[in-house]
Design a binder for this molecule. Sequence first.
Ligand code: GLN
Length: 441
Amino acid sequence: VKEKLALLKPNTHNTVNSLLDETAINLAKKVDEKIANGEPIGLLEGIPFGIKDVYMVEGTYTTASSTLLKNYKSAYTATAIKKLLDAGAIPLVKENCDSFGHGSSSENTIFGAVKNAKNPELVGGGSSGGSAVNVAKNFTVFSIGGDTGGSVRQPAGYNSIYGLKPTYGRISRYGLMAYASSTDCVGPIAKSIEDIRIVLNVMSGKDVKDQTTYASSKIEQNAILNAENIKTVGYFKNFVDSKAIDENIKKDFLSTIENIKAKGIEVKALDFFEADTLVSTYYTLAMAETASNLSRLDGTNYGNRIDADNLKESYSITRSENLSEETKRRIVGGNQVLSQGFSDEIYLKGLALRDQISQNFENDFNEVDIIISPVTPMAPPKIGDSLKDPLAMYLSDAYTVGFSLGQLPTLTVPNGTETGLQITAAKNNDELVLKFANFLK
Ligand code: GLN
């Protein structure tokens, strides 16, 4: 714990203001005592981990990397985090991310851009960039990110580690600051499939505080060792044929397909929605949901209030001074697609498309056991580039957002392409995803 805290300290761009030193050291001492007394310890006991700064941890600042919540202290602890603490894992740090999860590069933050673990000139990915980089650099053993449209999978891919977006509802969202509630997922980031499995097991389960959760059974270690029941793998033809895909990513992905075939598995090309449709559907719904979710942040109950002549003015100044350009863009966009005259044409159409996307997945999983995809069409951009062109940044999410809309379990593994490979299965089949990842290793 001490060693990791010392490593974290100078790397302020991965972390936010609250390194949890004292708590961590005290917890570690207790584990030491247990070991000294010859008492048995659990799998996660004494294991240092990091937490994206969008999770409530009682008594710590939870800023969402925003000025608005710079001084906000959590009043309670998120269910997923509480379960890890109960299992004896040691929280070291709250981690830098795109403000409120809004972004794909971890540059939309008041704490400075997160630098890629492999090349500091490149972005760390987003929005859970600090979490991915901390794991990649061994500053934490695992970190808990949040994935609404790719925020665990994409930074995991950019830093060549594992990141899982579990089936929506497998892990409680209680205490995760809401971005787009219908796709928000708690997701572990780690250096091995085994670590992902252990952390997933601990965090999963029904929670009365999140009515979208469901009961799931533990994934046993030996359950993911034998992949004999995986007979057919699919991939989306249009992702590979897209003009937007980087030549190397395409080449590596195609050779991954050949490797899978060589292992005796049938690989099928599938039809899917175009990148533009996926990205517009996702952003329409995500912006609508975030406009609604963030409406409570007006300086009354939460947030750095700026007083003005009247209440309306105060709301307005508090929000315009304290929210980032990217977050404001999404709130304005979200309110527009929800407003009278636009909602039928845009928001309802987005919902209808989402149903079609889900239906498409259901049909696919009658034909294949697993779907694979590159994580991103392009390599990680240089720091500064994504900020210049928000639309290009949205389009870079083309391969991750579909699986979010489908609420499917999807894992990034650090092989297959330069930015990794996504492995997806039907809803609640998280075990199959880990199994196939293990098989490909
Ligand atoms: N980049 C996507 C967005 O900005 C995904 C973010 C996330 O999953 N939190 O919406």
